[in-house]
Design a protein around this ligand. Structure first.
Ligand code: NAD
Ligand code: MLT
Length: 528
């Protein structure tokens, strides 16, 4: 039976969904060695942020098909290693947006009114009303770094609370920001102007230690900083120093460079002005249920052979695209498979030409599907939509894309694959007819009109009397049944192609015999 390992605490709603299709083993708190030892038994792995899915874990996961991250950040998964092995990585990009935004707001309010410190003082027997005089957020400037899903929800609520919101996000247009009543700013200006700064960007090599000593020094001494995004974006030593020396008024952190926060972290030694929570941003009952359902449904679907809606490592292949392009993707894969078998040798270049209506679709999924087909014979089950581009790159296959919307060969457009390699080049064209039927419409520039079938034979020959009869008789001698046959030629008695759909594969000695027929220049058995 299919098995899924759940190695972090996951809401029971997710476990119930996984149990519909798999045996679910919940093993929270595994060491990395234990995880490596057992992962080989599982087709699926479901995690939160606690499990580190390293490349060693992925290599050990021989049967692994999908890793589901119940949350947003996939920084605890070695996504390139998963892609290389053809393992799909899915997440829940929106399931905890509100939870993380509300935790940010709680920290902003908690910071401005010293809630945590006043609570600690009061429970310890104190009654200090002077020390904990706070500030209002109303009319203050909030600087949002990263105006994505969480950042924009925080901005919306902050606007409603009467704050002036400015933001730094190099990937958001001024128009989009304006719609959210947010003014875009440069990063240093934001740090200099804002009374409160909140981070909502991913941790990447670019954002690591982005908030360092020099950026902290730009802040006003009355300003405060919140990080509910990812640890490692702030230099923690520099932050502790900035609060202790009064460079800034305070900070609230939910995430840390290393989690759990080490006992000797400098952050534990900051006297006042700092609120620390143990990565609670997504920890609401509602968010945990949302992400568990979202990710468990995707794991279930993928194990059933259906597409996932939030695949991290197949960019551009959302469920909607997969659905609307289904026959086109199937055609691309079929043509790739056909082209690789016609070419035989090592392919160095693939040119994908999308014509007419085909050119109106996003090209990336069609190119990926063509590559999957092209590499299927070489890599078998190992090739899939996740790793096709990477495998092609690794083999030095250069990919070219050409779109020609004006071409009107077929009502629904057509797709052409041209391969160039050490054994020469081939061209195949196909189309999707109105009823969803796939057709191969040209082989090496010879017009044909055939439906792809499991076993086929393609020949290049001289158009001369008797050759078709000879081939037919030979196949009969070997008990290979012909389902259909078609000849394509450009000029009478010139070069021609023959396409046969056959019920059985061509044995090796038959292929030798076919090659010996006078006039046959090439013969390629193809399995689709
Ligand atoms: P998102 O992808 O919707 O938004 C991220 C935004 O950051 C994007 O708009 C992007 O353009 C911007 N960005 C990327 N690089 C940037 C840079 N160098 N400078 C400025 N902006 C940059 O993501 P989201 O769902 O809003 O999540 C934001 C962060 O919150 C992520 O790091 C996520 O992992 C984290 N998160 C934390 C918790 C928690 O429990 N604390 C919960 C959910 C999400
Ligand atoms: C996330 O990226 O979704 C959060 O960090 C929440 C979690 O811990 O899962």
């Amino acid at each position: 039976m299919t098995k899924v390992l759940v190695s972090d605490p996951i809401d029971k709603a997710g476990i119930e969904i996984l149990s519909q299709v798999a045996q679910v083993d919940q093993r929270v708190g595994l060491s990395s060695d234990e995880l490596k030892r057992i992962i080989g038994d599982y087709e699926g792995l479901m995690i939160r942020s606690g499990t580190q899915v390293t490349s060693e874990v992925i290599q050990a996961g021989e049967k692994l098909r999908i890793i589901g991250r119940a949350g947003v950040g996939v920084d605890n998964v070695d996504v390139p290693a998963a892609t290389q092995r053809g393992v799909l990585v899915v997440n829940s990009p929106g399931g905890n947006t509100i939870a993380a935004a509300e935790h940010t707001l709680a920290l902003l309010l908690g910071l401005s009114r010293h809630v945590a410190q006043a609570h600690a003082s009061t429970t310890a027997g104190g009654w200090d009303r002077k020390k904990y005089v706070g500030n209002e957020l109303y009319k203050k400037v909030l600087g949002v770094v990263g105006l994505g899903k969480i950042g924009s929800h925080v901005a919306k609520v902050a606007n409603a609370m009467g704050m002036e919101v400015i933001a730094y996000d190099p990937f958001i247009s001024a128009d989009r920001a304006q719609q959210m009543q947010v003014h875009l700013s440069e990063l240093e200006d934001l740090f200099a102007k804002a009374d409160y700064i909140t981070l909502h960007l991913p941790r990447t090599s670019e954002t690591e230690n982005l908030v360092n000593e020099s950026l902290l020094a730009k802040m006003k001494s009355s300003s405060r900083l919140v990080n509910c995004a990812r640890g490692g974006i702030i230099d923690e030593n520099a932050l502790a120093q900035a609060i202790n020396s009064g460079v800034i008024a305070g900070a609230a952190l939910d995430v840390y460079a290393n989690e759990p926060l080490s006992e000797d972290s400098p952050l534990r030694k900051v006297n006042d002005g700092l609120i620390l929570t143990p990565h609670l941003g997504a920890s609401t009952a509602e968010a945990q249920e949302n992400v568990a359902i979202d990710v468990a449904e995707q794991i279930r679907d993928v194990l059933l052979g259906l597409p996932a809606r939030s695949a991290v490592n197949i960019p551009g292949l959302s469920a909607e695209i997969m659905d609307s392009l289904k026959p086109h993707l199937q055609l691309a894969e079929t043509l790739g498979l056909l082209a690789s078998q016609l070419s035989g040798g090592q392919i160095q270049e693939l040119e994908v030409r999308l014509q007419g209506e085909f050119a109106q679709h996003p090209s990336q999924p069609l190119v990926v599907a063509s590559l999957k087909g092209l590499l299927t014979n070489a890599l078998g089950d190992r090739i899939n939509y996740v790793n096709a581009s990477l495998e092609a790159k690794g083999r030095g296959i250069h990919v070219l894309e050409v779109k020609d919307e004006a071409s009107r060969d077929f009502a629904g457009g057509s797709m052409q694959l041209i391969t160039r390699g050490d054994k020469g080049g081939h061209s195949v064209i196909g189309a999707v007819f109105a009823d969803g039927d796939l057709r191969i419409t040209s082989i090496d520039e010879f017009p044909v009109n055939v439906s792809p079938s499991r076993h086929m034979l393609f020949t290049r020959h001289r158009d001369m009397p008797g050759i078709i009869g000879k081939l037919g008789s030979l196949l009969g001698e070997y008990n290979v049944n012909i389902a259909s046959m078609q000849v394509g030629r450009r000029i009478v008695r010139g070069d021609a192609v023959m396409v046969l759909s056959i019920d059985d594969p061509i044995p090796a000695d038959l292929l030798v015999a076919i090659h010996s027929i006078d006039g046959i220049q090439e013969a390629h058995p193809v399995t689709l």
